[in-house]
Unconditional design. Structure first.
Length: 283
């Protein structure tokens, strides 16, 4: 299993706190285990170490953020360097090319994409460990992780499973996807929720050959050095637009633990409030 961490773009959804020079992922807003503030990047990297998954992980990050990432994580951080800041499809494509042509990873190896701006706890990483097995058992080319939506919003993608996954017994069971809708209007989001749709967590699992073959079909270089030079020609679009919305062989697994997207003010404020409440209880 290989894990690709996407620190993402400029993080301007938390503007004016974050901006193009000070992305949200690197802001020390969260309480660390020793009472010291930590960033989203530092929290996730620490959690991966606690789950014994850190050795499987690489960051895919634009060159403008490399120095900041190393400053927060350390000089030995495994980094796949993007020549410029682009959307998640380009970052995932470059990571796949690196794993294939530089790291020598087997084409049969499961690859898991994880965005860094998710606030999760330890059971989330149990879910991550289960994904290679679930991917294999599903027979699908792409496996998504969905979470139960809390309200209708235009900020997330909605995954409509072929079966109802909101029952307690369906946790960590994979199911085919009937439809995927990226950031629908609020009215449509409500309808999807009534039908049992899940929020898209942005976590994906696939075999390395899946993305390598996709790049080859589109005439995109599959060797890291070549793709690095070609990078500006890649679509500056999301993984959802370029891959998920076009895929038919796709399954979803429901994750029922704590998951909050720290990329929006509402979720960030809720997470900070949870930390404060937890800290007060421990006193």
């Amino acid at each position: 299993m290989r894990i690709v961490l996407l620190p993402g773009g400029s993080g301007k959804r938390l503007w004016p706190l974050s901006n193009g020079y000070r992305s949200k992922q690197y802001l020390s807003l969260l309480d660390g285990p020793n009472g010291k503030p930590e960033s989203m990047v530092q929290r996730l990297w620490r959690q991966l170490a606690e789950a014994d998954l850190q050795e499987h992980a690489h960051f895919s990050v634009c060159k403008q953020q490399v120095e900041l990432l190393i400053e927060q994580i350390g000089a030995k951080t495994p980094i796949i360097v993007e020549p410029e800041q682009r959307e998640t499809f380009a970052a995932a494509a470059l990571a796949a090319a690196y794993l294939y042509s530089i790291a020598g990873v087997s084409l049969n190896e499961p690859v898991i994409i994880i965005p860094v701006d998710a606030y999760v706890e330890s059971d989330f990483f149990q879910c991550i460990r289960s994904l290679p097995k679930l991917l294999r058992e599903s027979g699908s080319d792409l496996l998504m992780v969905g979470t139960k939506p809390e309200w209708a919003t235009e900020q997330y993608g909605y995954i409509l499973p072929e079966e109802d996954l909101l029952d307690e017994e369906t946790i960590l069971m994979d199911c085919g996807v009937q439809m995927y809708k990226e950031r629908p209007p609020e009215r449509e989001a409500k309808i999807l929720m009534e039908k049992g749709a899940l929020w898209n967590s942005g976590v994906y699992a696939f075999r390395l050959d899946y993305l390598i073959n996709l790049l080859m079909e589109r005439g995109i270089p599959i060797h890291y050095d070549e793709l690095h030079m070609y990078y500006s020609k890649l679509s500056d679009s999301t993984f959802e637009k370029e891959v998920v919305e076009r895929e038919t062989s796709i399954s979803v697994v429901r994750y029922d633990g704590l998951w909050k997207d720290l990329g929006c003010w509402k979720m960030l404020s809720e997470s900070l409030a949870m930390q404060k409440t937890s800290a007060n209880k421990q006193k």
